[in-house]
Design a protein around this ligand. Structure first.
Ligand SMILES: *Cc1c(COP(=O)(O)O)cnc(C)c1O
Length: 392
């Protein structure tokens, strides 16, 4: 990801910033498109993972649809050229304003997350004399075996409609002439690397599909959600997720009827590896028990380690072997940010070559849920973005 020229370029720039390697992004998108098109599967990009304009333009250019979770994301999808017939809108708390904006944009489908929401969408669609496409987000009660903060498909989670509520859903759909039932939707969590989890999901989807068919509904769409994980420990040697195995599980275990479409909503797996947070060492603090590297980036630029105890590989670009520097002995550092919170720590006990003020530090695999979660806490400057290739 970083050659000598890139690092020389970084030395001229103000830090911190997100560095985007658009080549890595393109390779990832290509791999996903190849693997999914083998089965005729449709992939929507989960925009909340990263809505950097250049990232969106690149993803759009590969023909993916957009999975949005707010009215503004729907607007951004339209502005970046995602076809309205490829835009879906999920979210447990869609406001009237957001629903109206999505109705005005004539999006393909609302993924509805409660019976009450069905009636609200119906009323708002009726006022505009429109019909809203609807998929029912069902909580399948499948354990994603991922961090509990990013599990979404268990009954204890707020997302989706539980299966015991389906009779109410059926009744609501029959009472709502301004809704058009399209299919069923699932999303069980994020950073899932165990394919057995997706196999269990397929079993549940098949059962739910049978329920709807038995109750007289035509199921046109099976939307399996997203959540495919990436390798945070090997960003260079394993930079592209195993899309082949992922789509194969669904092809093998999902009961797809003739004419039915299978939809996916991938976020992290498409964008995580294409970006790194680049920062500089401000201070080196040597204690009796601990050494600290204090960076000019913190939880205001990348909050995943503090929010989910997420692991990101950390590298000192100024001291990597290959640079002209003589090898210095390795030291253990707690890598921390400048923010006035004790939780503002990227990682404890990281072994790096001895590091100095001004060294460039890369926090890898930061393309998903990184820049988009940046905040202005402590009245910090907004984090910048730098791109590998000439701007598109
Ligand atoms: C966040 C989200 C996704 C994408 O999840 P990833 O783990 O980034 O693939 C897909 N669908 C819905 C409904 C989401 O909320």
């Amino acid at each position: 990801m970083f050659n000598k020229n890139t690092i020389t370029r970084f030395e001229q720039l103000e830090t911190p910033f997100y560095y985007y390697d658009l080549n890595v992004l393109s390779k990832t998108l290509e791999a996903c498109r190849t693997a999914s098109s083998k089965y005729g599967f449709h992939v929507h990009y989960a925009m909340k993972a990263n809505f950097n304009p250049k990232v969106l333009d690149t993803i759009q250019s590969y023909g993916f649809g957009a999975d949005c979770v707010s009215g503004n994301e729907v607007k951004a999808a339209v502005e970046h050229g995602f076809g309205k017939e490829k835009i879906v809108f999920a979210g447990v708390g869609k406001s009237d304003k957001e629903i109206n904006a999505a109705l005005d944009a004539d999006i393909f489908c609302f993924n509805a997350e409660s019976v009450q929401e069905l009636f609200i969408i119906n009323d708002l669609a009726k006022a505009k004399n429109k019909k809203a496409g609807i998929a029912i987000r069902i909580n399948p009660n499948v354990d994603a075996h991922t961090h509990h903060f990013i599990t979404t498909g268990l009954e204890e989670n707020k997302f989706g409609i539980n299966s015991w509520q389906l009779p109410d859903v059926a009744e609501a759909l029959r009472k709502c002439p301004n809704l058009q039932f399209l299919g069923i939707h699932f999303h069980i969590g994020s950073q899932i690397t165990d394919m057995e989890v997706y196999k269990s999901l397929c079993t549940r989807i098949n059962e739910m599909q049978d329920w709807f068919v038995d109750h007289g509904f035509e199921v046109k769409i099976l939307n399996t959600g997203g959540g495919l994980g990436v390798d945070y420990h090997n960003p260079d040697t394993n930079s592209i997720s195993d899309f082949e195995s992922y789509f194969k599980v669904f092809s093998n275990f999902l009961n797809v009827k003739p004419g039915q479409e299978v939809h996916f909503e991938l976020g992290r797996a498409l964008v995580a590896q294409c970006s790194a947070l680049i920062s500089r060492v401000l201070y080196v603090k040597n204690g009796l028990k601990k050494n600290f590297l204090i960076l000019d980036a913190g939880m205001t630029e990348l909050i995943r380690p503090m929010l989910y105890q997420a692991y990101h590989q950390i590298e000192n670009l100024s001291r990597e072997s290959g640079s002209n520097e003589p090898e210095k002995p390795a030291v253990h550092y707690d890598i921390v940010g400048p923010i006035c919170e004790s939780t503002d720590c990227f990682q404890k006990d990281v072994e790096l070559q001895q590091s100095f003020r001004g060294d460039l530090i890369a926090v890898r695999t930061a393309g998903a849920y990184g820049e988009v979660m940046a905040s202005g806490y402590n009245l910090r400057d907004r984090v910048g973005s730098v791109y590998s290739n000439p701007v598109l």
